[in-house]
Design a protein around this ligand. Structure first.
Ligand code: CO
Length: 503
């Protein structure tokens, strides 16, 4: 209390006398070297309070202290005393004030907020107030700008009908919706979006409240990277597990040579951590159960199984190629179990970063190192309606850009389609076309849509255009270099899971 720079005790001001109070029983205290935004409509008492601080307004009742001493009336002339008023309506005035105050440090500066609240003005106000508070001065800024106040102020003082409606940190003041409504103020943009993201469960309300849009952006940016902390278990009794999530296949040999080979690579990389399996295709899982009596977990079943086994921390590595619908659904399914685990951390799909694309190109080029310059390799990707589909066209371009003009990548379901590839191949006229799947397993699409004998298979369509075609039924999961990329993604996830808990 003694350290307060300004202290008001039951201060009332009535200019006409009687019941028309400009300030009514005001008590507050403001500390030193604080940046304080003073807000409120015209006639709210804001201006009367600031005049009283300068000794320019006689008090009807109560006492106002500055630095422990009652403020004395000074008449109309502003002395070179402890309180300074700066009008900041133009940038030039602000710059001049900054220069004048370089040598001088008044105890209190009252800054009349600029009418034109553009970027240069904001920067000048920030710089001037930093310069002042560093030397011990408290700055009172009158302003109507909620966004700037959120970013700038240590404290916010909102006047309403001659009284202080609310006084606190920007986080406290702008969280009080009813006070804001009374004072006709709005929530700052960063807070409105933050609240909305918290309501949707996208951001955790336990995070520090963002004070700028940039801070909010940073919180959203971290979403992809963080691990999801649940309520259960601490470091005691920690038990990790890896969940390898694949789409699945009904072809037994593809299951062994691609999916099981990937799972084995995970086991070899992390021999101390058990590896669980989940497949996301309900259709394939039901078919395997029906035809072979083989029971394979979906993501919810696998989460439940790990929970039963006492697992506390889950690392989930998908074998998905792109960050598309399958991957998003898988994450949502797993996160339904978030509260039951201490942490859930996701590794990224095969094609996530630019470095991933470079490594995948290298792996494919290595696999088909025997391809002659007059031959062409045509890869069949799956394709998706999700915006992640653009990675296929980008990769097709990147093959050519990185010295493989005769490697083409198309998709069964989306762009680039077989038609786009055909028009390029008609120009290139390769002596032979090698067809291979660009999918984790050489399953149904590879065997039928790519290499099948039906009229609309890629093989048939290429042959009917006069190309000589040979098919390689080998999924990406069968390439050791591709498995190494997925192991690295899992290793990244494990590192992220071990980072200290945030927010
Ligand atoms: Co499909």
């Amino acid at each position: 209390m003694n350290d307060a720079l300004i202290r008001a005790e039951h201060v009332s001001v009535s200019f006409g006398g009687g019941a028309a109070w400009s300030l009514r029983d005001l008590s507050l205290s403001i500390g030193r070297r604080k940046k304080v935004a003073v807000m409120g409509a015209n006639g709210s008492g804001k201006t009367t309070f600031l005049l009283a601080c300068q000794g320019l307004c006689p008090l009807t009742e109560g006492t106002l202290y500055l630095d422990g001493k009652p403020v004395e009336p000074v008449g109309d002339e502003m002395p070179d005393g402890p309180v300074r008023l700066i009008s900041s309506s133009t940038a030039r005035e602000l710059e001049q004030a900054a220069r004048e105050l370089e040598q001088d440090a008044p105890q209190l500066v009252i800054l009349d907020g600029p009418a034109a609240w553009d970027r240069p003005h904001r920067a000048l106000v920030s710089r001037l107030s930093d310069q002042l508070t560093e030397r011990g001065t408290t700055v009172l800024l009158t302003t109507y700008e909620e966004d700037f106040t959120m970013e700038w102020a240590d404290e916010v003082l909102v006047f309403h009908q001659g009284q202080v409606l609310i006084h606190g940190t920007p986080e406290q003041v702008f969280a009080n919706s009813s006070a804001l409504a009374l004072a006709n103020l709005e929530k700052p943009a960063c807070l409105r979006i933050f609240d909305c993201l918290c309501r949707k469960g996208i951001l955790s309300s336990a995070l520090p409240v963002p004070r700028t849009l940039e801070e909010l952006e940073a919180a959203v940016d971290q979403l992809h990277d963080r691990s999801y902390r649940g309520g259960a278990a601490g470091n005691q009794g920690k038990k990790e597990a890896i969940l390898a999530v694949s789409f699945g296949t009904s072809f037994a040999e593809a299951r062994v040579s691609a999916i099981e080979a990937i799972e084995k690579a995970f086991e070899e990389a992390f021999p101390e951590i058990p590896v669980y399996r989940a497949w996301t295709s309900g259709m394939i899982r039901r078919k395997l159960l029906r035809t072979e009596g083989m029971e394979i977990d979906g993501v919810p079943e696998a989460m439940e199984r790990m929970l039963r086994d006492g697992v506390t921390d889950v690392l989930i590595q998908p074998t998905h190629i792109v960050n598309g619908i399958e991957n998003e659904q898988m994450k949502a399914d797993a996160l339904a179990w978030q509260d039951q685990f201490h942490s859930i951390t996701f590794g990224t799909p095969l094609l996530t970063s630019q470095e991933d694309c470079r490594q995948v190109i290298e792996a494919v080029a290595q696999e088909f190192a025997g391809l002659g310059p007059e031959e062409a390799l045509v890869l069949m990707g799956h394709g998706t309606t999700h915006y992640a589909n653009s990675v296929y066209a980008a990769l097709d371009y990147q093959f050519k850009d990185s010295g493989h003009p005769n490697i083409y990548l198309g998709t069964v379901e989306a762009y680039p389609s077989m038609e786009s590839l055909l028009s390029m191949l008609r120009v290139a006229r390769p002596s032979r076309v090698v067809l291979a799947p660009f999918m984790i397993v050489a399953g149904d699409h590879a065997r039928n849509d790519m290499a099948g004998e039906e009229e609309d298979s890629w093989k048939h369509r290429l042959e009917s255009q006069g190309f000589s075609v040979s098919c390689v039924l080998k999924g990406l999961g069968e390439y050791p270099a591709i498995r190494r990329i997925l192991v690295e993604h899992l290793r990244d996830a494990k590192e992220r899971a071990e980072e200290p808990e945030r927010g």
